[in-house]
Design a protein. Structure first.
Length: 313
């Protein structure tokens, strides 16, 4: 599991909906109510403007208007089919609507934000039809689900899902992997960094720690080079050119970490021995890796802050 709800959604049915329906005194119309609350209600297509050109027989004569009318007719027929299916579902027998909800909802939810919204909307309907007893049971089931699949959310009562700090960081790393995998050059550099990180398992020696920080600095340099308006290939100059910083001191902080990686002996260069206070330790790796990762959204336009936080598409 990557920590996102969309990936874990196939298990929502058995872990939440089915168990909720098994709750004592759960209403028999539970699934029909959930279907109505969560499945989008079909909307009729917008009617085209009245035709303006007719032939001698009174039939439409403008090819463009004829095409629009035909397209509208097809859309109207599709809407009528969807409307009938929707109305049938919300009035169907329990077993039928269970199947339609299970199959239809998973196909409908396309994004992480939609999955989160679905659970929140479900609470509102469950609270309406089942009161505190059923809604509390639902909250407990969702809390257990979040814990079981290590999802990146906290649940605040009465019912609202909020991204966690650890979840945001996990999603940032996930997006970095996705972004770099689409480019052969970046993919190779990302692989070098991850391999250096894994090598620490054999022993967090100063040499391995410095190699890991060096690979991560290389990664930021590589993604920064392809950012809009960037012509430089060094991280310090990239920080000057990206134009994404909200304050000059934040930009200077990024440049300072870059200077550290250049000046500390053995990270990227021979360095400046006089600036070294002590040898590198594991805590330095943890701190510097988190700091460098945190600067990534400023150095590329290929990461979505909304998606990383969990409110976007």
């Amino acid at each position: 599991m990557r920590g996102d709800l969309k990936t874990a959604w196939p298990y929502v049915w058995s872990d939440i909906w089915v168990r909720l329906a098994e709750t004592k005194n759960a209403p028999v119309e539970l699934f029909a109510e959930l279907y109505q609350a969560l499945m989008p209600k079909p909307r009729p297509p917008a009617a085209p403007a009245e035709p303006t050109v007719f032939d001698a027989d009174g039939k439409m004569g403008d090819p463009a208007e004829i095409a629009v009318a035909e397209e509208y007719q097809l859309a109207l027929e599709s809407y009528n089919r969807e409307r009938l299916a929707y109305e049938k579902a919300i009035t169907a027998e329990s077993e039928d609507v269970r199947r339609w909800l299970r199959e239809g909802l998973q196909a409908t939810l396309q994004t992480e934000a939609e999955a989160v919204k679905a659970l929140e909307k479900a609470f509102e309907r469950i609270d309406d039809i089942g009161g505190d007893t059923l809604s509390n049971r639902y909250v407990n089931l969702v809390e257990s689900f979040i814990e079981k699949y290590n999802l990146r959310y906290d649940l605040r009562r009465p019912f609202s899902l909020h991204p966690t700090i650890s979840g945001v960081f996990t999603q940032l790393i996930s997006q970095l992997r996705t972004t770099t995998s689409a480019d052969a050059h970046l993919h190779g550099i990302m692989g070098d960094f991850e391999e250096a990180f894994r090598d620490l398992k054999a022993g967090a020696t100063p040499a391995r720690i410095k190699a890991c920080i060096s690979r991560q600095a290389n990664l930021l340099e590589a993604i920064g080079q392809i950012a809009p308006n960037v012509t430089s290939n060094t991280l310090g100059q990239i920080c000057e050119q990206v134009g994404t910083w909200p304050h000059v001191q934040l930009k200077e902080a990024a440049k300072s970490v870059y200077k550290f990686s250049n000046q500390f002996p053995g990270i990227r260069h021979a360095g400046t021995p006089a600036t070294q206070i002590r040898e590198m330790e594991l805590r330095d790796l943890i701190a510097v890796s988190v700091i460098l990762t945190g600067f990534a959204p400023y150095l590329t336009d290929r990461l979505s802050a909304d998606n990383i936080y969990g409110v976007g598409q």
